[in-house]
Design a binder for this molecule. Structure first.
Ligand code: IPM
Ligand code: MN
Length: 353
């Protein structure tokens, strides 16, 4: 259930992050009036600009402070003048891990067939959700160099999977699939034929848990085959559960089949803690400050935030407005080609709500 006033932490971040977050907050203001809930928003300047000035990514103290909020709304992290990896690891991954946001929830939903790159696919064919494990696997950062810099160098990167970590992710996926109540089908996406330690654990845990969910149909697909089915038969999927690395890869493809990065949103979820919602498209430096980036991914992320904190009617209204604007107004979902500016799209959504 929702409550009366939410404490939101807002991290606009880098590149086009601030522009899309601004539109998201505009929409938040509109739905809060309409559905009668209050909120406070506190802005944090974590990102590339601050890093270049101070050398700080996000400190342990700042991370601990984020635990005081009901949710976090994030724009984008990534700066062209900062070496790749520093901000991603020092801010984004540090927050996901530090707040134990062990689920990355990424819905893939086509709102308008005209924006789908696949031939003959309609909105009813592309409507599934990827549940990506968000705290372990290859993202754990375990590994080492041996004989670094020599001809005999070896680089080892470990995929770290714990029974507890796998089980909580799978359980979330089963519960989510049940609550979603669409086709009630959960597909485990892995690589049991090659990664015989990690995926043996995933498969065994999946097989054990599914006995508790007789109402859910279960299926398995290798990750390479999954990418093929995304293109050929996306209608086969309802909920997909997978590890961190595979989830990262297949959700970029998922974003494209739903119409592109301009509309793809995700939530980093800690079911008993603080969750963080973000458009998954990144900071798009070349479009920064031009008022041309599509804010709908951020607006959809805000919708996910509202649903997660318990404002389901507001979340529904946001999604309804997005569907309407995507179906009736936009020429494209891509930056600069939408037929409207970033701020105009925010205004259209607000007017529809
Ligand atoms: C994503 C991004 C991140 C990831 C990067 C920026 C670290 O690609 O959210 O999918 O790999 O998780
Ligand atoms: Mn990614």
């Amino acid at each position: 259930m929702g409550k009366k006033a939410y404490k939101l932490a807002v991290i606009p971040g880098d590149g086009t992050g601030p522009e899309v977050v601004r539109e998201g907050l505009k929409v938040l203001k509109a739905v809060s009036k309409k559905f009668g809930f209050g909120y406070t928003e506190e802005l944090f300047d974590y990102g590339g600009e601050r890093y270049l000035k101070t050398g700080k990514t996000i400190t342990d103290k700042e991370l601990a402070n984020l635990k005081k909020y009901d949710a976090i709304f994030l724009g984008a992290i990534g700066h062209p003048d900062v070496k790749p990896g520093i901000l991603e690891q020092g801010i984004l991954l540090k927050t996901r891990f530090g707040l134990d946001q062990y689920i990355n929830l990424r819905p893939v939903k086509l709102y308008n067939a005209a924006f789908c790159p696949l031939k003959d696919k309609k909105p009813e064919d592309i409507d599934f959700v990827v549940v990506r494990e968000n705290s372990e696997g290859l993202y754990k950062g375990m590994g080492e160099f041996r004989k670094k810099g020599t001809k005999n160098e070896v680089a080892i990167q470990v995929s770290y999977n714990t029974r507890k970590g796998v089980e909580r992710c799978l359980r979330y996926a089963f519960e989510y699939c049940r609550k979603r109540n669409k086709r009630k089908k959960l597909t485990l996406c892995g690589k049991t034929n090659v990664l015989t330690y990690a995926w043996d654990l995933w498969q065994r845990t999946f097989d054990t848990l599914k006995r508790e969910y007789p109402d859910i149909e279960t299926d398995y697909a290798h990750v390479d085959a999954t990418t093929m089915w995304f293109v050929k038969n996306p209608e086969w999927f309802d909920v997909i559960v997978t590890d961190n690395m595979f989830g990262d890869i297949i959700t970029d493809l998922g974003a494209m089949v739903q119409g592109g990065m301009g509309i793809a949103a995700g939530g980093n979820i800690n079911p008993r803690g603080v969750s963080m919602f973000e458009p998954i498209g990144g900071s798009a430096p070349k479009y920064t400050g031009k008022n041309v980036i599509n804010p709908l991914a951020a607006i959809c992320a805000l919708g996910m935030l509202l649903e997660t904190v318990g404002e389901e009617r507001a979340a529904h209204a946001v999604e309804g407005a997005v569907i309407k604007i995507v179906a009736t107004k936009l020429k494209s979902l891509a930056a600069g080609k939408m037929g409207y500016s970033t701020t105009e799209i925010g205004d259209l959504i607000v007017a529809t709500i």
